[in-house]
Design a protein around this ligand. Sequence first.
Ligand code: NDP
Length: 447
Amino acid sequence: MTDELDPHLQDAYTEVLRRNPGELEFHQAVREVLGSLGPVVERHPEYTDAGIITRLCEPERQIVFRVPWVDDAGRVQINRGFRVEFNSALGPYKGGLRFRPTVLAGTVKFLGFEQIFKNALTGLPIGGGKGGSDFDPKGKSPGEVMRFCQSFMTELYRHIGEHTDVPAGDIGVGGREIGYLFGQYKRITNRYESGVLTGKGVTWGGSQVRPEATGYGLVYFAEQVLAHRGTSFDGRRVVVSGSGNVAIHAIAKVHQLGGTVVACSDSGGFVVDEAGIDLDLLRDVKERRRTSLTAYAEERGIEHRTGSVWSVPATVALPCATQNELDAADARLIVDHGCLLVAEGANMPCTPEAVDVLREAGIAFGPGKAANAGGVATSALEMQQNASRDSWSFEHTEARLAEIMRGIHERCLTTADAYGTPGDYVAGANIAGFTQVADAMLALGVI
Ligand code: NDP
């Protein structure tokens, strides 16, 4: 991954560095994709002739706006809002909103860039985008969260629409926030345009399985990788990082498949529960009480630890928290434990150095673009249901999700084979996602 780039790709990358100074996560995401594309540009000079790589690295549109709101004490607060509409060659921009104090333009760009290839890999008609704000929902009252969401949408509404740009949730944006955002959109536009946002509640236009989709999809993908290596989750020890939406549903699906998740984390530390993480208690602590894992540890009478959750031995590791949470030192711990598979539930949780360590050790590695695509895929299924004013059963929707994840796994492997890197899910995901978007861009002309 950290090999030298082909000269055409290097030119495109140099341009990204020049145009986006200081946006390290964006640089990292671009470098990671370009690192896989050497054999593609060699075989297909038409892509570089048409400037596809340079065009792909430049968002079609970037919106930055002020979000004023009034807190419970009557003080005026100002946050910054973002929406990066990265690429619409395959369909309307699609990607979540992240509310977190650390969100900067470069964060949203890195996430939007990843989203282009992930969305293409699903085989569904969705382009790539992402958005968010440096607003911190933690410690805010429900009224403050609602007023913030309403102010955020008061600007965002003019840029989105079911055929234009369809946001969803991400870190800090769950069902509650999507509800407030959709309510304000509906009020301002005087339209019940269900397909403008995904992640809605099932009684008002949402899809069954959307809350579960990223975590379930991750585990379906991991199950395919394990099956390809002749094994399964049954009886396996698993470690999951994070304890939010993705982590909770990944834990649930691992348990359904006979594995045991023995540890999970949050931004304050981690817990090891050898009996298996108690999901009811975890959901009560993180979703209902919105508090720290210290409460989980207290109720279970176990230690609340700080440091790296990857120090806990397991045969499958599922990073589901945030970008760059798993570094080379963590990867070495994982290798030493004899782990078989690392699959990314979060976006870019493994640093490039960590990925090098894992791949050199022969550990199967499922990149987020492929492994966590179940969330956006189910969002696209939500859009389908909204367009046809239909609502599918849980079983039908979950079966579609499982089929999509099997398809993504298959595409990664076939593409990796076709480009001479058998079994390499990183190359497979990057190349399959890229060629699908690049072919559409070629067909649509220089726009
Ligand atoms: P949530 O906000 O629901 O949960 C995030 C979790 O990660 C929280 O438990 C948080 O802890 C924890 N966390 C944050 N930073 C750290 C850290 N440094 N170390 C350990 N834990 C940490 O977000 P999601 O579950 O929705 O998203 C998680 C990741 O998955 C993100 O990268 C997101 O982009 C990606 N993703 C999400 C999708 C979705 O459908 N939601 C779809 C595809 C990808 P605390 O509670 O203390 O804040």
